[in-house]
Design a protein around this ligand. Structure first.
Ligand SMILES: [Fe+2]
Ligand SMILES: [Fe+2]
Length: 296
């Protein structure tokens, strides 16, 4: 029996109507400082509260219960072989867009639009071209969903496994149901790690961030790799909850993670140029850094 065959097969593993619901929840937690004083449409807010909060909470219950150390190692052993598929990045984007849920009236953007809005906002601010590319590909790991992974193993705030969970992680009380919570090997502040060992030694909960990092690690400059790998690690890049595992290099590199995060969260742009118009630029950018075919 596989170590992760505990009971999640018996759960409803899709409590979110779509993956964007998790991102909307993050936005609710960390609102755009630029729009914070603008009138919030109360009706919209209430609507969100009623329809999404329960699903998001259930999503975190599952995420915190089943993202064990063993689960992470098992997923890494499987997916980091990259033996599932080989395709040009453009096919991967098409594949990703299958994630759109047309039945949900709140989903006005497909995945590709979020990626292009993020990358265009980075480009408009004059950042290096590899960072623009990072904007374009940062959520590509969500294809995990299309390989049959549960929502809670694809998106959600990420956190270290193999050591105590921080109470700065959203819904920390749900970790009590995780078997690692009572495991003496894992439930001390440092757990299996050593003080300031560096995040590269640390296993993060499994999801689209870790997956895309490994996919891209031979092609993108290191600050970009940090952005890919830790963009959902909110308990560190927003709350500094894991300084005890970080080394000096991590702190230096997290300045880039912090630079990237607002582009991910706050780049919605109703006046985005069309993909047809933007395509030549992005084709050249992709050709500059990435091979013709990517392995998934
Ligand atoms: Fe993401
Ligand atoms: Fe994103």
């Amino acid at each position: 029996m596989s170590i992760t065959d505990n009971t999640f097969a018996n759960e409803n593993n899709s409590p979110l109507d779509n993956l964007d619901q998790w991102e909307n929840d993050v936005l609710d937690r960390y609102p755009d400082p630029a729009s914070i004083n603008k009138d919030k449409k109360e009706e919209e807010f209430r609507n969100y509260e009623e329809t999404s909060k329960d699903g998001v909470k259930e999503f975190y219950r599952l995420n915190h219960k089943y993202q064990t150390y063993d689960f992470v190692l098992e997923k890494k052993a499987d997916y980091l072989k990259f033996d599932k598929r080989e395709m040009p990045i453009w096919n991967a984007f098409d594949f990703l867009n299958e994630l759109v849920d047309d039945s949900d009236p709140d989903t006005d953007l497909d995945q590709m639009q979020h990626l292009v809005q993020t990358s265009e906002a980075i480009r408009n601010d004059g950042h290096p071209d590899w960072m623009v590319l990072v904007g374009l590909i940062h959520d590509m790991g969500k294809v995990l969903c299309l390989f049959g992974e549960p929502q809670w193993g694809v998106v959600g705030d990420t956190f270290p496994v193999g050591c105590a969970y921080s109470d700065k992680i959203v819904y920390p009380e749900f970790f009590k149901a995780n078997p690692d919570y009572d495991n003496k090997k894992f439930n001390t502040k440092l757990g299996i790690y050593t003080e300031n060992c560096g995040l590269d030694q640390v296993h993060m909960s499994w999801g689209h961030d870790e997956y895309v990092y490994h996919m891209m690690k031979d092609y993108i400059p290191e600050p970009g790799l940090y952005m890919l790998r830790y963009h959902s690690f909110y308990s560190q890049h927003r709350e500094n909850a894991y300084d005890h595992l970080m080394n000096e290099k991590d702190h230096e590199m997290f300045k880039w993670v912090a630079l990237f995060n607002p582009y991910d969260l706050y780049s919605k742009n109703p006046n985005q140029k069309s993909w047809e118009e933007l395509k030549p630029y992005y084709q050249a950018l992709v050709a500059k850094y990435l091979p013709t075919n990517l392995k998934f």
